[in-house]
Write a new protein. Structure first.
Lengths: 222, 207
């Protein structure tokens, strides 16, 4: 065995990782080669030095420190999974926006003020739905009851307002019907004498409103 | 610790690491505390040998356990827990070494070797304890400095093999390198370390 081959086996020899045959050949070489024997002796002593290093002591509170860090980490957004992390990160970003928050608040207030100002005349001029209609838009069937809770079977669509013949309304064109409808009946909710506030769902596919018809003493939808 | 926790802890003591990890995934805090106590000294010393900074080693060791907990669901039972936690520890230690521009508190190796004197007492009685002499401490410092002078690829294998006493197969898994590479690096690392510490080992030889 050459010295180079022998030295490549030193580490495995120290770790008892050689086959019986390899070990025998190496020991045979060491008996006749003082340089390799000295080299192996030096490596053995280095290994002893490494094994003899004093371990550092870990403090008694090590485990408690770890557990504290775990608790802290669980409260940090970056350790949270999924959408929760995104929400918390967004909230943390928002909290950092010292100047943006009052500015955005002021902008929202301005927009709200403008909207209220624009709609104020309409709100002031709006009549209650019980106000009489200048001209009835829909002819109420003479046979229909003036009050009731169930729609006639012949009605093309279910309506919250029973006993009303809507066939005439269906005959009108959209533009004619919309032109005929006063502004106030475009409210999404109307007051039904029997049912209180109800959605102004229309009867023939497109709802525009409903009102009380004083002349016919009936409730009509448009 | 209340009686309920104490009963829970006693039932866990005999479990292998891998079973403890299953309990931790289920939310058992006592299992996690037990696992920390099992590995706190090993992990802290491994990191300390890597970075040679006691305080920082403590912090990094805590970080290792923190990551074990946070990534507990990623652990796969097919591998040993010890290799998993050592992998985390080695990676964090390497990151720390990369982060540092230079090693702190390390003096000249030649100066340390000159100061070690006769190391025979250290070599013959390597038992750790408070009665170790100042000369023995100097030898340890020289050894640690020599370890840190090793190239990283040799340092990591020598620490895992000769300090942590991992098998070759475990080192393969921790470092994700082939077994032949592990063997050749360990052999090379020991030879280089022996040359660096020649004055210490030669004094021992001639004394």
């Amino acid at each position: 065995m050459k010295c180079s081959k022998a030295r490549s086996l030193f580490s495995a020899y120290l770790d008892k990782d050689l086959t019986f045959e390899e070990q025998g050949r190496l020991e045979e070489h060491l008996c006749g080669c003082s340089d390799c024997a000295a080299e192996l002796g030096g490596m053995t002593r280095v290994q002893s030095l490494l094994h003899g290093l004093t371990p550092i002591e870990v403090g008694e509170d090590f485990c408690e420190r770890v557990q504290r860090r775990v608790r802290e980490a669980q409260d940090r957004p970056e350790t949270l999974p999924g959408w929760d992390r995104g929400v918390r990160e967004a909230w943390r970003w928002w909290q950092r926006q010292v100047w943006l928050r009052p500015a955005l608040g002021a902008a929202l207030g301005l927009v709200a003020g403008v909207l209220v100002g624009v709609n104020a005349p309409q709100l002031a001029g709006r009549s209650p739905v019980t106000t009489s209609v200048a001209a009835p838009i829909v002819a109420v069937s003479a046979s229909a009851p003036t009050s009731g809770t169930s729609a006639p079977a012949a009605a093309p669509h279910a309506s919250p307002f029973s006993g009303i013949d809507l066939s005439n309304l269906a005959a009108l064109s959209d533009s004619a019907r919309l032109n005929a409808v006063p502004e106030y009946v475009l409210e999404p909710y109307v007051t039904d004498p029997q049912r209180g506030l109800v959605p102004a769902t229309g009867a023939y596919g497109r709802t525009v409103g409903a009102d009380w018809d004083d002349q016919n003493d009936a409730y009509v939808t448009f | 610790m209340d009686p309920e926790q104490e009963r829970s802890r006693v039932g866990l003591v005999d479990l292998p690491d891998e079973d403890l990890m299953e309990r931790i995934v289920e939310g058992n805090e006592a299992a996690f505390a037990l696992l920390v106590r099992r590995y706190q000294a090993k992990v802290t010393n491994l990191v300390y040998r890597f970075i040679y900074d006691r305080d920082r080693a403590m912090e990094i060791a805590q970080e290792v356990f923190l990551r074990v907990f946070l990534h507990r669901k990623r652990y796969r039972r097919s591998g040993r827990f010890s290799t998993w936690i050592y992998t985390i520890a080695v990676n964090l230690a390497k990151n720390e070494i990369r982060r540092r521009s230079r090693l702190r508190g390390v003096t000249s190796l030649d100066g340390l070797l000159e100061a070690t004197g006769d190391s025979s007492a250290f070599l013959e009685d390597a038992t750790p304890g408070p009665d170790r002499t100042a000369q023995q401490h100097r030898v340890e410092e020289a050894v640690m400095t020599a370890i840190h002078r090793l190239p990283a690829k040799y340092r990591e294998v020598i620490l895992l093999r000769d300090i942590q006493q991992l098998t070759y197969e475990e080192i393969e898994q921790v470092l994700s390198i082939p077994g032949g590479t592990v063997r050749s690096r360990i052999n090379r690392a020991r030879a280089v370390l022996k040359r660096m510490l020649e004055p210490v080992v030669e004094r021992r030889r001639t004394s």
